[in-house]
Unconditional design. Structure first.
Lengths: 114, 110
């Protein structure tokens, strides 16, 4: 079975540019989470979806960040405009609430904003 | 709401034991433990749902004290493969997302 698939794995961009990160959750999972990992803050929850509906986006740092889940097999996290402090590893994870609630993480997208 | 983990880092020799603690200021529904190796994604180790519950995974086990709002991860007879950063994640209800601690970096040396 394919796990959670994220793209791109690495992104280097200049300040002010738009960044779009993509995630394909595990088929059949009904919850999807976006986390950001930095040395200072650890793993921070940005937003999560249940059945494609955003439930809690209180972790989204600013209006520059937005996330969508147009269907059960695809989600995007967009940063516009990007800033150097957005540099981090962004993880997408999915889970099935009908089971143990275990999170399955993607490999992450490492973002560097110059 | 972020749980507090201790210690922040620990270095062990192969065969030694370690305990990693995770405490919360809020009543907990569950505690999850994950391990992340350098440059990789976090990987699930175990979940504890009931007060006083203990679980084991090979030589890695954990306990959850619901009253004290804390959990401990026990690594016995550590192996080189145990090296990584261990995260606890806590839920305050069955419908809330996991909030992770800042992690404990474990290094096992020969």
């Amino acid at each position: 079975d394919a796990g959670v698939i994220q793209s791109p794995r690495h992104e280097v961009t200049e300040m002010g540019q738009e960044v779009t990160l993509r995630c394909k959750p595990i088929s059949g999972h009904n919850s999807l989470f976006w986390y950001r990992q930095t040395m200072m803050r650890g793993l921070e929850l940005l937003i999560y979806f249940n059945n494609n509906v955003p439930i809690d986006d209180s972790g989204m740092p600013e209006d520059r960040f937005s996330a969508k889940m147009p269907n059960a097999s695809f989600s995007t996290l967009k940063i516009q405009p990007s800033e150097p402090r957005d540099s981090a590893v962004y993880f997408c994870a999915s889970s099935s609430r009908t089971r143990s609630g275990e999170l399955f993480f993607g490999e992450g997208s490492r973002l560097t904003v110059l | 709401q972020q749980p507090v983990q201790s210690p922040q880092a620990v270095i062990l020799r192969e065969g030694e034991d370690a305990v990693i603690n995770c405490s919360s200021s809020k009543a907990l529904y569950s505690v999850h433990w994950y391990r992340q190796k350098h440059g990789e994604a976090p990987v699930f180790l175990m979940i504890l749902l009931k007060g006083g519950e203990q679980k084991g995974h090979d030589k890695i086990s954990a306990s959850f004290n619901e009253k004290k709002q804390q959990s401990s991860l026990y690594l016995t007879a550590s192996q080189l493969s145990y090296s990584g950063t261990y995260f606890c994640g806590t839920e305050i209800s069955g419908n809330t997302p996991l909030v992770f601690g800042k992690g404990t970096r474990l290094s096992v040396i020969a």
